[in-house]
Structures are given as structure tokens and as C-alpha cells.
Write a protein that binds this ligand. Structure first.
Ligand code: NAP
Length: 548
């Protein structure tokens, strides 16, 4: 094992720091990877663009930002001490609390000393002759590492829409995915919001409370379930803390890695009245486990429509003016085929006198000028504009880095027609480069902290194995990758997911190939495959002394 965490000279004159593992990103994936790398006795460095840990929770500081997985579950499970001592104050944690948790973890496990903040990785190139990754940053620093782990996150590359004249707008422009850390004073202003996905649905009710007038520019209405957030109940917290190990294990046996009550009958096998009662019960309980009512909701269009219709009715009931309610009712995709949202008073917000819904599907935005937005024939005078327009998801952050594998192969070139990986963990042609929750893994369809922990643990165990067998490199074989991508594609085709124009498919980014990226077979199935692959001596990977 090497521990050569020293500065070396290099031909170009710049210092190159050598380490065993170079980790890109200090979100939940990067932090845990660093912790496990150290446990293996390896030297590891994390390079992070931000000035602090937390990844997506560092950047997404917009008012109302909150997780839609319950806080007792949206947390690391690897340390019993950590999960016992941390106290979550609400059923669903707010962004500041999650960020405080990330910082607490960083302190508790003494992670900060190996994180290079305010540093963006620009390039990572595989040096075939020495089987090392040479990683360069925008600060001029370079790292030579045997293993490179991309912990860059699935929802970390904010997507700014290409709208004519956007750059001419003279007021403030704020993207939810990159919200100013000092906060934004919007009170008394006329504010426009573009986008009504999860971020828009969370920020809109909060902005409505501050703004003089809020204009919501909606292209596609979304399904949303009330979150029913509330202060943490002490008994509930205690019951989790007493049974954490058991509940975490149970959660890992569920498709999304979230402990939920799953219905076991088809939605069509019960009477309309029984179904209605079940939907009412879940609506009252709140949260995204609404979709767990029946196992065929994302497989059978008729079953799906029973749930969709129930939510459509709820929207019509919540919004007083039918002329406003109707454009808020989603009709163009099955419920859950786009990521279902969880809200606090979202639809009710449209009953406020200072909120106007602008249906830009019916009246598209023509342009943005210094004073506001023109949609259809109407001009909306604005002081500030909020872009809740989402992310170049799953591959965006990776593609921002110039990643060069064997024989000069660029990852962006290899993925020109869509990402290709084996298990989302590695891509052929890029030896010793691991991806946490990469395309082809269930990641974004799960409690992502569970997916992260499982992937990171797998990577750490793989590295330990490679050290044991004295291997120089590991690389996914082309045939394993091809077979896996086919399995990812076929699994998605059996579902209704592919019927929505979602970021899962990449169609929210102009020019991005329309390929369904996540593996929809569920976390337990995926994890079993990953474990089997490892137990069979890393079947589907070639392991060797030196690359050819
Ligand atoms: P999103 O779901 O991709 O929504 C983006 C919104 O912007 C959509 O309404 C989209 O309309 C609109 N939009 C994009 N480009 C536009 C354009 N050029 N003109 C007009 N409208 C445009 O992004 P998001 O809301 O940031 O959420 C992304 C994901 O992050 C979520 O699905 C979720 O996984 C995660 N997230 C989670 C939470 C949570 O835990 N509660 C909160 C926020 C985000 P179209 O639909 O018509 O494209």
C-alpha cells in the first residue's frame, strides 16, 4: 500500500501532489469516500469547487429548499454513534439543517484537512504508462492518483434556459440551484419565477410571501403531494433511534431504499371506493410515498390514471378560480413518471391576490428585455427573475470535466449518444475511474444517501481487493457494459417513466441525447447485482498489472 502524500516535481515545472485516491466533490458521496479511503489506510484528497462541504445542499439555498425524504432516513447510516447523536428538528429537513449536518459530519470525522476547497477540477487524464490519473484544477494544482472517484453528484450542474434576451434583464437573476449565500431581499418587488419542478414548487410559496407580486411562468404543470412537514415528534424520533439498524436494513430492502408502506395489490384489483380511501389516507399522511399505494402505478397506464385523477381533483379543489386551476392540472404525463413533488401550500398559493400564473405553454415566452418578460402578447414588468429551471442531471457535472481515458478517449466523446457504464460505477476505456451514483445506477430514484453509501462501500471494497491482489488497474469490459446498458434500457421500457419528457431522459437540456439514464429495477436488485459481481471476483471487469 502506498502512502506517498508528498509533493513531487514534474516535467512541466508545476508541483504534482500524489495520493492513492483523488475524489472529486465534497458532497455526501465525496465525504464518505474520503472516510472509507482513510479506513483502508490510503492517502486521499478531495477537490471541491465550493468553499464548504454539502454538495447540492451547499448550493441550493433558495427559500423553502427542503428534502422530500424524511430526515430520519435522509442521513448516513454508517455510524451508529452519528445517527444516535444527531437530532433532526423536522419531519423533512430544511436545506440549512442538512448543510449543518454535513458540516457536523465533516468535523466529527475530521474530514476537512484533506479537502481542497474553492478548487474546480478541469481535467482528469489517465496516464497509461504508469496507470495513474493526472488531475488538473483551475488553481493550477495537479494530483497524481492511482484511483479517481467522481463524487460529482446527479443534480449539481444548474441548467440556465436559453431564452432570447435573458442576459439583457437589468434586475437580479437567481437560479435556485446556485442561490446567493447572503440571501436575496425580494420583499416589495415584482418577481418572476420560471419553472415549476420540485425547486419551483418549493420556492414559489415562499417568494409569494415576500414579493409585491409574483408571476409564475409555467410550461408544464406537475403533480405534487402535500409534504405535511411538521416539527419532529419526540416519540417518533426515539422509535427510530431505538431501532435504527433494523429499520435501515428494512429500508434497504425496498425499491427506493426508503422505508415506506407498500401496497401489494394492483390498483385495478380493488374497488374504486377502496382505492379512493387509500389515496385519501396517503394524501393526509403526506409525502412521496403516495406512489407506493399500489405496485403497478408506474407500470400500468390505467392504474396510474386512478392516482393521477385523484391528484387532479385535489388540485381543482385547492385552487379557487377554475380558470387558474385548470392550467395547473397535469395532463401530459403519468403521475410519478416525472419526479413527483412534495409541497407546502403550493396550489393554495395561487389563491393569493399577489400571485399570477402565466401559462407559457399557451402563451410562450417571446423574449426577456431589460424590464421584464414578454409571454404571448403580454409584458410582465419585473424587478427580479428566479430560474427554477433544473439541472443538466446525472451526466452534467461529469461532462463539465475534461475526462480522458485510454488512448486519448474523451468521456464526452464516448457518451456522445448517451452515457455508457457498467452498473453506473465504471465506464470502459476509463480504468481506475469510479463514479458514485453514475448513469445506469438507481441513484436519483432512491434515497440518494443510501445509494451513495452502497456505491461508496462497493468502491472501497473493490479498491481493497485490488490492493490485495496487487492489481494495477480495473476496467469494465465492453461486453459487460453493453449488456448492462441493455438491461437498463429494457427495465425502463417496462415502465411508464419513459412516457414523460423528464430530466431522467435528459430532454430538458437542448442537444442532450434522449436516453433514460437511471436503472429502474430498484435498489435491492441493483445492490444484489453489484454484490454478486464483487463476490464473483469482479465479473465483468478486467483486472491486471498494466493496461495494454
Ligand atoms: P426540474 O424538475 O427539471 O424542473 C425545471 C422546471 O423548469 C420545469 O418546470 C421546466 O419546464 C422548467 N423549464 C426549464 N427550462 C425552461 C424554459 N426554457 N422555459 C420555460 N420553462 C423551463 O428541476 P428542479 O425543479 O430543480 O428539480 C430537479 C430535481 O431536483 C427534482 O426532480 C428532484 O429530484 C431534485 N429536487 C429535490 C427537491 C426535494 O428533495 N424536495 C427539491 C428540489 C429539487 P418543463 O417541465 O416544461 O421542461
Amino acid at each position: 500500500m502506498q502512502h506517498n502524500d508528498v509533493l513531487e516535481g514534474c516535467a512541466g515545472g508545476e508541483a504534482v501532489e500524489s495520493c492513492d485516491v483523488l475524489i472529486v466533490g465534497a458532497g455526501f458521496a465525496g465525504m464518505y469516500m474520503l472516510h472509507l479511503a482513510r479506513r483502508l489506510g490510503l492517502s486521499a484528497v478531495v477537490v471541491e469547487t465550493a468553499s464548504g462541504v454539502g454538495g447540492t445542499w451547499f448550493w441550493n439555498r433558495y427559500p423553502g429548499a427542503r428534502c422530500d425524504v424524511e430526515s430520519m432516513q435522509y442521513s448516513y447510516s454508517f455510524s451508529e454513534e452519528l445517527q444516535q447523536e444527531w437530532h433532526w428538528s423536522e419531519r423533512y429537513a430544511s436545506q440549512p439543517e442538512i448543510l449543518a449536518y454535513a458540516n457536523y459530519v465533516a468535523m466529527k470525522f475530521d474530514l476537512l484537512r484533506d479537502v481542497k476547497f474553492n478548487t474546480r477540477v478541469m481535467r482528469a487524464a489517465f496516464q497509461e504508462e504508469e496507470s495513474r490519473w493526472l488531475v488538473s484544477t483551475d488553481q493550477g494544482t495537479q494530483y497524481r492518483a492511482k484511483w479517481c472517484v467522481m463524487a460529482t453528484g446527479c443534480l449539481s450542474a444548474a441548467q440556465t434556459p436559453n431564452i432570447l434576451g435573458l442576459e439583457t434583464f437589468k434586475g437580479g437573476i437567481y437560479h435556485t440551484g446556485n442561490w446567493p449565500h447572503e440571501g436575496v431581499a425580494l420583499s416589495g418587488q415584482n418577481v418572476g419565477v420560471i419553472g415549476t419542478g420540485s425547486s419551483g414548487i418549493q420556492v414559489i410559496p415562499e417568494l409569494a410571501k415576500q414579493a409585491n407580486h409574483l408571476y409564475v411562468f409555467q410550461r408544464t404543470p406537475n403533480f405534487s403531494i402535500p409534504a405535511r412537514n411538521r416539527p419532529m415528534d419526540a416519540d417518533y424520533e426515539n422509535s427510530w433511534k431505538k431501532n435504527y439498524a433494523e429499520r435501515r436494513a428494512l429500508a434497504r430492502s425496498m425499491p427506493a431504499g426508503i422505508l415506506s408502506q407498500f401496497g401489494d395489490k394492483s390498483a385495478l384489483a380493488v374497488s374504486a371506493e377502496e382505492r379512493r380511501q387509500e389515496y385519501e389516507r396517503r394524501w393526509a399522511a403526506g409525502g412521496t410515498s403516495f406512489m407506493a399505494a399500489y405496485p403497478d402505478l408506474l407500470r400500468n397506464a390505467e392504474a396510474n390514471d386512478t392516482a393521477a385523477e385523484f391528484v387532479r381533483e385535489k388540485i381543482r379543489q385547492a385552487v379557487q378560480d377554475p380558470m387558474v386551476a385548470e392550467p395547473l392540472v397535469p395532463v401530459d404525463h403519468p403521475i410519478g413518471a416525472k419526479r413527483i413533488c412534495a409541497d407546502t401550500n403550493y396550489f393554495e398559493t395561487f389563491n393569493r391576490e399577489n400571485v399570477t400564473l402565466v401559462d407559457i405553454r399557451a402563451n410562450p415566452i417571446r423574449d426577456i428585455s431589460p424590464g421584464g418578460v414578454t409571454a404571448g402578447s403580454d409584458f410582465y414588468e419585473l424587478d427580479s427573475l428566479v430560474l427554477a429551471t433544473g439541472f443538466d442531471a446525472i451526466t452534467g457535472a461529469l461532462n463539465k470535466i475534461e475526462i480522458v481515458g485510454r488512448q486519448g478517449l474523451a468521456l464526452t466523446e464516448k457518451w456522445r449518444d448517451g452515457p455508457k457504464t457498467f452498473l453506473g460505477l465504471m465506464s470502459t476505456g476509463f480504468p481506475n475511474l469510479f463514479i458514485v451514483t453514475g448513469p445506469g445506477s438507481p441513484s436519483v430514484l432512491t434515497n440518494v444517501i443510501v445509494a451513495i453509501e452502497d456505491n461508496v462501500k462497493w468502491i472501497a471494497e473493490c479498491i481493497a481487493y485490488l490492493i490485495d491482489v496487487d492489481a494495477e488497474y480495473i476496467e469494465a469490459t465492453a461486453s459487460a457494459e453493453e449488456t448492462w446498458m441493455e438491461q437498463v434500457r429494457k427495465t425502463a421500457e417496462g415502465t411508464l417513466y419513459i412516457q414523460a419528457k423528464s430530466w431522467y431522459l435528459g430532454v430538458n437540456v437542448p442537444g442532450k441525447p434522449a436516453v433514460f439514464m437511471p436503472y429502474v429495477g430498484g435498489l435491492p436488485t441493483y445492490q444484489k447485482i453489484c454484490d454478486d459481481v464483487a463476490n464473483e471476483g469482479y465479473r465483468g471487469f478486467s483486472i491486471g498489472k498494466r493496461p495494454n
